[in-house]
Design a binder for this molecule. Sequence first.
Ligand SMILES: [Zn+2]
Length: 461
Amino acid sequence: MCPGSRRPIRGCLIMAAALLIHSESICAATPAAAPRQVRRIRSWTAPDHTRVVLDMSSRSAYTSRVLDNPHRIVIDIPSGSLASGVSDVEVNDGVIAGIRVNRLKSGAQIVLDLPQKSTFRDFALDPNKELPHRIVIDVDRILSEKEQEEKIEQVKTVTGSGDFVVIIDPGHGGSMPGTCSKNGIREKDIALEISRMIAREIDSNKGFRAVMTRDGDYDVGLGKRVGIARDFGGACVVSVHVNSMPPSKNSSKIRGSEVWFLDLEGARDENAETVAERENMIAEMGDEAEDLGDLAKFILTDMGRYQDMERSARLAEKIGSRLRGSGHIPFRSVKQDNFVVLRGLQRPSVLVEVAYLSNPRDAELITQENVQQEMASNIAAGIVDYLTENPPIENGKVSGQTITHVVSEGETLWGIARQYGLSVADILDLNGMNENSGLKSGQELKIIMRPEARQQQSDKR
Ligand SMILES: [Zn+2]
């Protein structure tokens, strides 16, 4: 990643707590057995790919090849074996028909049957505390021309709507569960539930529209999250996570929600370092298959970042002041740190840790729908507060919904500008006019509606 982005990992102690999880959870670690043994096969369907993960008992050499007629991907693990419970898996998601396991004399073989020819990537991962040695195969979803057009159309509809687009980013997902509570509550699930609620709240505000970076249980790399924010012209990004403390004498006592924003100078206090290390570590793990070189370059040349830091701080304060009103989970504070997940977004971005899974009270509360809804409503209200007071700046100009104003007799440019909370220069610029251009009755002017102006307009009606 970016130079200097890695500090020694100390926050990973948190993962030790996850070892106590029931066997169903992917947080659970099973005792090591035979070497090169496939212990479990899992798959996650994302909109653009399907990820298959082979949980291995040890680091295992393997080969991958693609065969035609019928289309399939074959993974061979020489001298490998399959644990007794490992059997064929039906997937049928349009990308992979099914996964077959073959116990060969020469070793273990995994076959991914494909409904059509596809591209794929494979790589091995070392254990990361609760996650074992893994072999990962990402198979791309091949979109038809029509599906590609629909995808482009969807982006156009959102960006052309004139609405303020809010990017809601549920942390982790798929093979990356994030932190886990003692009784198996996973960060990725809570983050998704609350994110969906935030998105619904945002959508219920006129002139606002939410776009989620993931809307299901699958992996989304950092580069992709940044890409979604950029493609949809997000006015701001809110990443939703659940916190956890490394086990120590008093760690389970710490509870509450926190809002974090990017501080390019790095951590401000001990706890900040721990949180950032953990989130950064997990974020980086999620991107192992992606080339982050370009992303790093993109960030380093991003000259607008200091302004974004100031706007991010304001966004964090707005969300924080709403969260202070939460009745169930206490609000702790707004904090700064150097999060990888917030870098490169080039727009006001914050990370909300909604509770501490390491605190039994928080862990219990945060699974309750009314508590999740309360947190979501407060986060959404904070976002709306922020954007209403700080409309996004694009190319140095205010942005918002474009409308047409029909000039009536006696109106002046100055009067129209004041009516919409714009400057005369804004209106001239938008309409390709200069100071000498006259204004006549019936003339149509393009106007950018800022949300507070929209509110005033609807109040007048
Ligand atoms: Zn997280």
